[in-house]
Write a protein that binds this ligand. Structure first.
Ligand code: SF4
Length: 65
């Protein structure tokens, strides 16, 4: 499992960070989210999947590699 971010789409809404704060983070001055864990552990799949789906601008993609 791998998470990728299209930084050109991210509007720093923060939905992903609320759902999986151990995987996504936005600092006070950040214009885009930071993916803290590019390869989240399998046990985080439910929340990471929800975080990806929660992005209103589809900036996040979950890959199976
Ligand atoms: S939910 Fe989408 S737009 Fe919002 S911070 Fe996460 S990746 Fe960026």
């Amino acid at each position: 499992m791998r998470v990728s971010l299209d930084a050109s789409k991210c509007q720093a809404y923060g939905n992903c960070m609320v759902t999986a704060p151990d995987v996504f983070d936005i600092g006070d001055d950040d214009a885009v989210v930071t993916v803290l864990v590019e390869h989240p552990p399998e046990q985080r799949r439910a929340d990471v999947g929800e975080a990806v789906r929660s992005c209103p601008v589809e900036a996040l993609t979950l890959h199976e590699d």
